[in-house]
Every structure is written in C-alpha cells, then in structure tokens.
Design a protein around this ligand. Sequence first.
Ligand code: IDP
Ligand code: MG
Length: 145
Amino acid sequence: MERSLVLIKPDAMQRKLAGIIISRFERQGLKIVAMKMLQMDKTLAQQHYAVHQGKTFFNDLVEFITSSPIIAAVFEGERAIEVIRQTMGETDPAKASSHTIRGNSGLDIQHNLVHGSDSAENAKREISLFFSPDEILDYSEEIDK
Ligand code: IDP
Ligand code: MG
C-alpha cells in the first residue's frame, strides 16, 4: 500500500476542476485519507519544490503555487504514486496524452492543474510538509451499514 501527496493547483481551483480531478483518482481505486484547502505561503512552496531551487522557472513556480488557494490531499492505494502520475500525464500538457488530466485540460507547463509525488521517498517528505500524522485518517473500504 502506498500514499501520495496530491495538490489541486490554483489554476484547477479557479477553473472549478477540483471535483473532476479528485474523482479521477477515486475512480482509479485510490482512497482519500487526508484533505484540506489552504493557501500555501512562500516558505512552504520553497520547501515543497526544494528540488527545483536554482532552476529558471523556480521563482515563477513559487509565485504561481502561492497565488491562490489549493487543495492538498493524501491518496492511498496499491501503486498509488505511479497510478496518480499516469492519470495526471506528463508535466507539459502539450506532450501529455489526451486521456490524462493534464493532456485533456491543462493549459501550459505552469498551468498544469495538479501535483503528484514522484517517488515513495518524496511522497513521505511532501505529506509531512502538509499534514501532521493525526490528520491522516485510515478507515475501512467496506460499506458500514
Ligand atoms: P511534475 O509536476 O510533473 O512532477 P516537475 O518537473 O517536478 O514536474 O516540475 C514541478 C512543476 O514546475 C511542474 O508541475 C510545473 O508546474 C513547473 N515546471 C516544470 N518545468 C517547467 C518549465 O520549464 N517552465 C515553467 N514551469 C515548469
Ligand atoms: Mg515533480
């Protein structure tokens, strides 16, 4: 069982695509175990995107991700990291398959709607930036009538 951090980015919130994005991951059999809406500050953005520090697009990326509220969520399931990356599509919507979220609805490489962790190690690090352990809630997938 794996967990991945998903961010519904400012462009997705502004375009009212949050529900569709969440729904696509749920339909892949992934379970929401944490979720919150927040506006990221510069410190959190720089920590979250620390691997990109020094790149040409870093400052624009931090400015964009902090520009408006987002939804942060933890999805859990088998191969969750890979399933989410495949469902999102490639970073640049112009290169992503039209069957993916980014390929179908993303506008450009910055406005690509969604973040998903790219490895188990990064998922762990990213989840801990957004959620304390007691905000991650496990529950059965059986319907409890
Ligand atoms: P990912 O989101 O598919 O994992 P990364 O390479 O980790 O892609 O880049 C993080 C984010 O930075 C991307 O989702 C995108 O919003 C932004 N980004 C990446 N490359 C560029 C670029 O060349 N120009 C502008 N923004 C970029
Ligand atoms: Mg990445």
